[in-house]
Structure formats: C-alpha cells, structure tokens
Design a protein around this ligand. Structure first.
Ligand SMILES: Cc1cc2nc3c(=O)[nH]c(=O)nc-3n(C[C@H](O)[C@H](O)[C@H](O)COP(=O)(O)O)c2cc1C
Length: 185
C-alpha cells in the first residue's frame, strides 16, 4: 500500500466484524510501532494485547469507569453499558503504556514518541485492512484497570486501541493543510 494513500485513507473505525485478527498481523503492528522517532532512544513503550476472557474483563472495567465519571448525568447506566458492549464487539484491544520519566521535558518528548508509535500501530493495521479506534477517556486513568494491568505509578496509559476488521468505514474530514500553512520565503 502506498504510504500517502495509507495516511489519507486510515479512518477511526467504530463498527467492526468479530473475526479474529491473525497474530502475524498483530506482531507486525507491534514490531513496527517501535520504529517511531524517539529522542534519546528512551523506548518508553510497553504494549498489552488483550483478547478473550481478558477483553471481557477490560470491558467490565470500561463500563465501571464510564459509570463512575458520568454518575450524575442522565442515562449514565445506558452509556456505560454501551461503552462495555462496544469493546466486546472487537476481537482485540491493544493498550499502549508509557514509562513517564521524572524529567518533564523527557516525559513530554516520550509522549510524542508514544503517540507516533500508536499511530504506527494504526497504519500497519490499515495496510492489512484491519481497522483501529484510538481511545483515551476515563478508562485510561481508572485505578482498578491500572491495577489489573499491574502498572506502576510511573506508568501512564497513553491510549488503547480497539482492533478488528471494519464493518463500516466512515468518511474522513479535514481542512486542506494548505489552508493552515504560511510560506515564508
Ligand atoms: C490522542 C488521541 C486521543 C483520542 N481519544 C479518543 C477518544 O477517547 N474517543 C474517541 O472517540 N476518539 C478518540 N480519538 C480519535 C479521534 O476522535 C479521531 O482520530 C478523529 O475523530 C478523526 O477521525 P479519523 O481518525 O477517522 O481521521 C483520539 C485520537 C487521538 C490522536
């Protein structure tokens, strides 16, 4: 697949088929992710691939996290159940974890490298016609979920991806980059 086509064509997928994604593709995603640019080659990443019974457990955490955040809002229970069920519709999730350096400048640069690594995951997936959806939200800071993953205090969940074959690919929308560009010659 052409690189430019991949960058423009990748979309966040919200509707998935339940078919499993082969390990060979997941491994290629993970092994390519780490080729993100990375100042000082700190390699701040850890990834957790979550499937099967573990994915069902993660989905329960997601429900609890969304419920805890929205408890006062209308339809909180329904919203939380939807969050759980959306996660149950994919065959796989990948959690991306950053080891946060005590130096804030290093930590920020590492975060930049982390997001590029996560983006790499999405692009390699797309090159195999596998869809991804990038999530942050209440689950990434939900203490019971962090504890279940065995994370230390200096480890931050940067993102988790839902991963699976797309059922529906939505239209993308962007302002032309040239409209956001000044040329100083
Ligand atoms: C750092 C980051 C965090 C994101 N977190 C969420 C999220 O929590 N929930 C969500 O619906 N989308 C999240 N997204 C996905 C964006 O909403 C999505 O990329 C955007 O709508 C553009 O759609 P596209 O990826 O199809 O181009 C996140 C994206 C990034 C880069």
């Amino acid at each position: 697949m052409e690189l430019v086509e991949a960058i423009r064509g990748r979309r966040s997928i919200n509707q998935f088929e339940s078919d499993p994604v082969p390990d060979s593709i997941l491994k290629e995603m993970l092994q390519t992710a780490v080729w993100s640019p990375n100042h000082h080659l700190s390699e701040p990443w850890q990834f957790v691939v979550i499937r099967g019974q573990s994915l069902r457990q993660m989905a329960e955490f997601r429900k609890e996290a969304v419920l805890a955040k929205n408890r006062e809002k209308p339809h909180a229970e329904r919203r939380a159940e939807k969050a759980r069920d959306d996660l149950l519709k994919v065959p796989c999730a990948i959690v991306a974890v950053q080891t946060v350096d005590e130096n804030p400048y290093r930590a920020e640069e590492d975060y930049a490298a982390m997001t590029m690594a996560v983006y790499n995951l999405t692009l390699v997936a797309y090159s195999h016609h596998v869809g991804t959806y990038w999530h942050t939200g209440p689950l990434v800071v939900f203490e019971p979920f962090r504890k279940w993953l065995g994370l230390r205090a200096d480890q931050r969940i940067v993102a988790y991806l839902r991963v699976g074959y797309p059922h529906l690919i939505p239209q993308g929308r962007r302002t032309d980059g040239l409209e956001r560009t000044r040329w100083l010659d």
